[in-house]
Design a protein around this ligand. Structure first.
Ligand code: FAD
Length: 413
């Protein structure tokens, strides 16, 4: 078949790759001059099944409420005139009970773990250089009480096969000596040795090159204006450079999927949640991070991509605004500098902001919706790089009419 993939982020490109592996003729359309030019560019690069906990937890309503009155660095919720923020928030709050949070977390973990296995198969067969680091991720805590809570919470993922190790301060420093000067502020950590990191944009661009070398078409700098409908199916994609036609279409536009979908009668509750990142060149500094880490107290994530450090933080409801200013990064920069004082050249950090395509239950949408030849693969939220590879394989299987390799109950839209 000729399959048109709408969106060249990590989700669209991994989908194109898997569809091509199944023998389809694939075209990817993206408005940016290169793939992975939006959210898939600046994330923390964590392939982290150990980070599968949903944001829609029983604690979330109180955290949201507090953020209205307190200037919080981690979560920024502001009132807005956008009615979609409120309809999405209502659906989100409906997911925040203990049963749903547990169920959604386990579903997400199933998808994330499967996705990591698909990624590992891809890198076994293809030569993709993307600054991979497979030393696991340290989820560290700054008080005994928080560590105990974290360990108790991790039991849920452990029951689903996640390997965890609880480390003392000394064991953390033995694993990553770069944390030695900051160790007094750390009580202990949960180390997920099978979690990993890598630069998602490098990966996506390398995979796109592989797909194009095998005949796939990537239409960059092409803005999708509308999906054309005829006789109960999608008949083409109208772009600013003409109409593109195929036999099947995959919607993978991240936070922008609902905008196009809405115009053809499909309601997708995906809301953009803004996050910020810094990319810090190491430039000969002696003690950059060796193992990726999440400071669970400050909610700052830190990864090492070869000669750079990527730091991310903050969940902000700001609509589709990706603007940023230096003060947005002060807190995360300070936290990172305290942890790794000789980690990199903090003065030359590159600033970036992007939008997580969040669904109320933190699970992406899959499969056919309303039109026979339209497939969804969108809404991957805060761990979309982690879930992309498996989501791509699932989408290719659904298009082929095959059962995906993992049970889809609870995952199918
Ligand atoms: C600060 C931050 C940190 C994160 N950290 C992690 C992490 O450590 N691990 C992890 O797994 N995930 C992480 N994520 C989440 C992850 O980045 C996303 O889930 C993932 O990138 C979503 O990929 P996507 O392909 O769906 O969306 P995108 O990357 O946004 O791709 C959608 C594409 O559609 C294109 N597009 C949109 N509208 C149009 C149009 N009208 N016409 C043409 N093209 C269009 C865009 O140009 C874009 O390239 C993080 C996100 C943020 C913001």
């Amino acid at each position: 078949m000729k399959v048109i993939v709408l969106g060249g982020g990590v989700v669209g490109v991994t989908t194109a790759y898997q569809l091509q592996a199944d023998g389809h003729d694939v075209t990817v359309i993206d408005r940016q001059p290169v793939v992975a030019g939006e959210t898939s560019w600046g994330n923390a690069g964590m392939v982290a099944p150990g980070h599968s906990f949903v944001w829609s937890s029983p604690k979330a309503p109180m955290i949201l409420l507090k953020s209205l009155v307190r200037k919080d660095q981690a979560l920024r919720f502001k009132f807005s005139t956008d009615p979609r923020l409120y309809s999405w928030s209502w659906l989100f709050l409906m997911e925040c009970n203990p049963e749903k949070a547990q169920r959604n977390t386990l579903l997400k973990h199933r998808l994330a773990a499967y996705s990591q296995s698909v990624l590992q198969n891809v890198i076994k067969t293809e030569s993709v250089s993307y600054d991979r680091n497979d030393k696991g991720i340290l989820y560290f805590h700054r008080s005994q009480e928080a560590l105990d809570r974290g360990v108790a919470q991790m039991k849920l993922l452990e029951s689903d096969g996640q390997i965890i190790k609880v480390l003392t301060r000394e064991e953390i420093v033995a694993l990553d000596p770069s944390l030695s000067s900051a160790q007094d502020g750390i009580v202990g950590a949960i180390h997920c040795p099978t979690d990993e990191t890598g630069d998602p944009a490098k990966f996506t661009r390398a995979l796109a090159d592989i797909a194009t070398s095998r005949g796939a078409t990537i239409l960059n700098s092409t803005n999708i204006e509308a999906l054309e409908v005829s006789g109960g199916e999608i008949s083409g994609v109208r772009t600013d450079r003409g109409t593109v036609k195929g036999d099947a279409y995959v919607l993978a536009l991240g936070s922008y999927s609902p905008i196009l979908a809405r115009r053809i009668g499909i309601n997708l509750p995906i809301y953009p949640v803004k996050g910020y990142s810094l990319t810090i060149p190491i430039e000969g500094h002696a003690q950059p991070p060796n193992v990726a880490a999440v400071d669970e107290h400050n909610l700052v994530a830190i990864s090492r991509f070869g000669d750079r450090i990527r730091v991310t933080a903050t969940a902000e409801f700001a609509g589709y605004d990706t603007a940023h200013k230096p003060s947005d990064f002060e807190f995360m920069k300070r936290v990172t500098q305290e942890l790794y004082p000789d980690g990199g050249n903090y003065e030359r950090a590159e600033m970036w902001a992007g939008l997580r395509p969040m669904t109320p239950n933190n699970l992406p949408f899959f499969g056919q919706r309303k039109y026979r030849n339209l497939y969804l693969n969108t809404g991957h939220g805060h761990i979309g790089w982690t879930m992309s590879h498996g989501s791509a394989r699932i989408t290719a299987d659904l298009i082929a009419g095959r059962a995906p390799e993992i049970p889809m109950e609870g995952l199918a839209s």
